[in-house]
Ligand binder design. Structure first.
Ligand code: PMP
Ligand code: GLN
Length: 394
């Protein structure tokens, strides 16, 4: 307190410390297997790491890179969007390199919102969305994805989405493939979101950081739907696709007007970041399709290993169509209902760390019994975790 006022402003008081920091610290303190925070325990390709070393040694990016990002990376990003999705962007005016997807989302909220604007986000939502909306003075309006135990999937109710739009709605903050549920929105669902955005004249910020981690169905960028290119900011990041989450290289693509707006905010957050890593990520984006196929195949096998193991251990399992997370229901374990208490006790009970999905909800009761496990870990680590978790039931 000073001047009789708390130090932290009202916009941020509800957020505390992120669950990822809390749970990773708990894993270290207890020596537990960390299936909480989503980071791979094996680094990305050697040749990409060497590309970063080369850039450092050659003095590329050791001083401030250009504000929008180094040209090599911006061109690699637009080539990637063209090659994978047939989306044409101009590397000079329609791309912005950011300090991870996290900064891209924060900058987009700070740039595009007036205080009081409403932002619709799919709930459970990635935790930085709520904080970024709050920092921009916006109001979040969650639309809850519904778990369907019978199919083991989460579904978006399009009528609920439609009903959430008000005259104050400025934008939809979408995420597909979706963290933490692993849902991949279908072409029909995305077409409905696009139709709604056009009809109600809304912007969309779409977080597609897991675009390459799809095991069922396909990833379709929202920007590829008719009339969406000019109202969509697409966000992605090298962290998930290339297994270098610590490099914090992210980007957006969008119309020149949208990119200029987001850059206006971004330039006063970090200005620029990650100089040498930008050159390395430019090389990574040019890896052959075989790289992406191998990444997906590896993670699909790990998804199956962990999902099957968790089911055998007694959890209700929502088998993810994408991402590297699996959401589980702890109720079948034997009367447990509180994911928070469960996750806080889990290291002591069996030496495993997971994330309570309730932190991703405004309607916390809806998320209470669900717990997320990450499977971007070595197979032997996942096997050991499963064998520990099998000791829980009964
Ligand atoms: N969006 C989602 C859905 C995420 O899961 C994450 C976590 N990596 C991010 C954004 C943040 O990405 P980055 O590490 O590139 O900032
Ligand atoms: N995106 C990662 C997750 O969902 C965590 C990133 C972070 O710690 N901010 O687990």
């Amino acid at each position: 307190m000073t001047q009789g006022r708390p130090l932290l402003n009202r916009r941020l008081t509800e957020f505390g410390t992120t669950i990822f920091a809390e749970m990773s610290a708990l894993a270290v303190r207890t020596g537990s297997i960390n299936l909480g925070q989503g980071f791979p325990d094996t680094d990305g390709p050697d040749e990409i790491r060497e590309a970063a070393v080369r850039a450092l040694r050659d003095g590329r990016g050791n001083q401030y890179p250009p504000g929008p990002g180094v040209p090599e990376l911006r061109t690699a990003i637009t080539d990637h969007q063209q090659r994978r999705y047939g989306l044409a962007y101009d590397p000079d005016t329609e791309v912005l390199v950011t300090a991870g997807a996290t900064e891209a989302i924060a900058a987009a909220m700070l740039a595009l919102l007036e205080p009081g604007d409403e932002v619709i986000a799919l709930e459970p939502y990635y935790d930085s969305y709520a904080a970024s909306i709050a920092m921009a003075g916006g109001t979040r309006v969650p639309v809850t994805l519904h778990p369907e135990a019978a199919s083991g999937t989460y579904r978006l109710d399009l009528d609920e989405l439609r009903a959430a739009v008000t005259p104050r709605t400025r934008l939809i903050l979408l995420n597909t493939p979706h963290n933490p549920t692993g849902t991949v929105l279908t072409r029909e669902e995305l077409a409905a979101v696009a139709g709604l955005a056009r009809e109600r004249d809304l912007l969309v910020v779409t977080d597609e950081v897991y675009e390459h981690l799809v095991f069922e169905g396909e990833h379709i960028p929202l920007a590829s739907f008719p009339g969406m290119r000019e109202r969509t900011v697409t966000v992605s990041s090298a962290g998930k696709t290339f297994s270098f989450t610590g490099w914090k290289v992210g980007w957006i693509t969008g119309s020149p007007e949208l990119v200029t707006a987001v850059r206006s905010a971004k330039q006063f957050l970090t200005y620029v970041s990650a100089g040498p890593f930008q050159y390395a990520v430019a090389e990574a984006l040019r890896l052959p399709d075989s790289y992406y196929d191998a990444l997906r195949a590896d993670l699909r096998a790990k998804r199956d290993l962990l999902s099957t193991g968790l089911a055998e251990a007694g959890f209700g399992v929502y088998r993810p169509a994408g991402t590297y997370f699996v959401t589980t229901d702890i109720r079948p374990l034997g009367g447990e209902r509180d994911g928070f208490a469960f996750c806080r006790a889990l290291p002591g009970r069996c030496g495993v760390v997971a994330i309570p999905n309730a932190v991703f909800y405004d309607h916390r009761d809806q998320g209470a019994p669900f717990v997320r496990f990450a499977f971007c870990k070595r197979a032997d680590v996942l096997e050991e975790a499963v064998s520990r978790l099998k000791g829980l039931a009964g």
